[in-house]
Ligand binder design. Structure first.
Ligand code: HEC
Length: 168
């Protein structure tokens, strides 16, 4: 390689390195946006609890007062909190149902991150259908958001010990 070419090559290389390192700094904070695929097959996630009967922090929510109902709690990839909070992308599903089939309610929470909802731990709340897709309300809108059910989800879960999560 002649000198001129070598010089040009080094210049190019350092330019490349510089641009990749700049890119890293500009990277947006991580954000996880759940879609219908996020929750499908939730019954194969790690089941961490199976609760029946009343729970003082539950009251009538999730059919806590209905003794026929079992509440199954599934953590995707068995995700765990670290340093008191769950990582971006954490997905937790809960199914409340009874054998009679009169109750079958499925809800979920996903850690979205990126300052999506700093007042609520950056969690997004969901109501799901029985196959794990995101349910629609009467207007046809996805049942998801920071203040789902007029903020009932987030305000009750704010009382949980670890990052809005009761079960683990
Ligand atoms: C009045 C309190 C209350 C309300 C309202 C409430 N939850 Fe819960 N939720 C609980 C409790 C307590 C648990 C713990 C498990 C159990 O025994 O049912 C729980 C469990 C869960 C779990 C499993 C993870 C965990 O924290 O253990 C998810 C997911 C969940 N709820 C989603 C929702 C969504 C979505 C809504 C709103 C549509 C909602 N919850 C409304 C009290 C509440």
């Amino acid at each position: 390689m002649n000198k001129k070419l070598f010089f040009a090559f080094t210049l190019l290389l350092s330019g490349l390195l510089l641009s990749t390192s700049c890119k890293k700094e500009e990277e947006a904070p991580q954000e996880f946006i759940a879609n219908n695929q996020t929750f499908t097959g939730f019954k194969s996630f790690t089941k961490v609890a199976e609760n029946i009967g009343p729970d003082p922090s539950l009251g009538a929510a999730h059919f806590g007062n209905d003794s026929t109902v079992t509440r199954y709690i599934y953590f995707k990839d068995n995700v765990a909190a670290s340093g008191g909070s769950y990582p971006v992308g954490a997905v937790i599903v809960k199914e409340s149902k009874n054998d009679e089939g009169t109750v079958n309610m499925i809800v979920a929470m996903a850690k979205r991150g990126n300052s999506f909802n700093t007042q609520g731990g950056d969690w997004e709340w969901f109501v799901l259908t029985s196959d794990g897709t995101i349910a629609k309300d009467e207007q046809g809108n996805d049942m998801r958001g920071t203040a789902l059910l007029n903020g009932a989800c987030v305000s009750c879960h704010a009382g949980a010990e670890t990052d809005y999560v009761f079960s683990k």
